[in-house]
Design a protein. Structure first.
Length: 301
């Protein structure tokens, strides 16, 4: 398939090819030719979702928002189906994936999100997150582990049935640190927009804060820095400030469901995909911060 993809996209068929680690729904390879590229075979996503991703990356390029850039084939297409698998080619970002976040980096993450949230929404774009309330409820109902299903059911009961009153727009949907590349000069560039959708903007803040907890870097200092970085470029209204703790908890629940569902389907996941209980611990930490008044102090509410 790699050889066919090189041919279809007009790349050097003699270039060095090596696997790119990471990801669960896609299989990617680094192509070391005249320019370094990434070929991604989108094994699980439907063709419609891959075309949606391509449209978003083009939208970001048109608005000069930093991320991967897609390569068009000589035929002018961004997506080609090769052996039944939707395939794309992206530019390679030279830099390092974040594995630790201090207050300086947290400040930059906030700015990255605010700039994304100020972009216009592409017309006709999807208006829901893949791991929404209904999907989580289904996963919990089908689960064969009472610890998980009982916790999830109780947590869902505490969530609103809708997000009325919260500003919506284009959100990344999965901005954990491993979806940020630190390039030369310290700028942070988000990648992996597979979960992008139209959703309450504050959800992205919740997911980013949950992402800091995922690598053991969520503290009052990093949370304050991320919020300060965001509010320096886009103001949060009162309803959004009040919703931040809820969105951290919702993001933790979504992460737990992803991990549990993946383990049920594919067996225990190696590497960076940890147990669902790590996300449960993030949920519990946010609840504790509520009880202690930490969130109120950080958000001035």
């Amino acid at each position: 398939m790699v050889a066919e993809a090189l041919k279809v996209f007009g790349l050097d068929e003699h270039a060095r090819v090596r696997p790119l680690d990471g990801g669960t729904a896609n299989v990617s390879f680094i192509i070391d030719g005249k320019e370094r590229r990434i070929i991604t075979f989108c094994v699980e996503p439907t063709l419609e979702r891959v075309e949606r991703l391509a449209a978003v990356l083009e939208h970001l390029r048109e608005h000069e928002y930093a991320s991967n850039r897609l390569l068009r084939s000589p035929q002018g297409s961004l997506v080609h189906v090769i052996d039944g698998v939707p395939t794309i080619v992206k530019s390679f970002l030279e830099g390092e994936m974040l594995c630790a976040v201090d207050e300086t980096r947290a400040l930059r993450i906030g700015g990255v999100l605010a700039r994304l949230h100020k972009l216009p929404t592409p017309p006709g774009f999807a208006a829901d997150h893949e791991m929404n309330r209904e999907t989580m409820a289904r996963i919990g109902k089908e689960a064969n582990e009472l610890d998980f299903s009982g916790w999830l059911a109780a947590a869902l009961e505490q969530m609103p049935r809708d997000w009325q009153g919260l500003p919506v727009g284009l959100v990344h949907g999965d901005l954990f640190p491993d979806n940020l590349i630190e390039v030369e000069g310290g700028a942070l560039v988000p990648i992996d927009f597979e979960e992008v959708c139209v959703y309450p903007l504050v959800f992205d803040i919740g997911m980013a804060l949950a992402g800091l907890a995922n690598i053991g870097c969520l503290s009052q200092g990093t949370a304050t820095a991320l919020l300060d970085g965001y509010r320096a470029d886009r103001k949060l209204n009162a309803s959004e400030c009040s919703a931040v703790p809820m969105m951290v908890e919702f993001a933790a629940m979504a992460t737990a469901c992803w991990r549990f569902d993946l383990a049920q389907r594919d067996g225990p996941a190696p590497g960076e995909l940890r147990d669902w209980r790590d996300a449960q611990a993030t949920h519990a930490l946010s609840l504790e911060w509520r009880r202690q008044g930490v969130w109120s102090a950080l958000l001035d509410v």
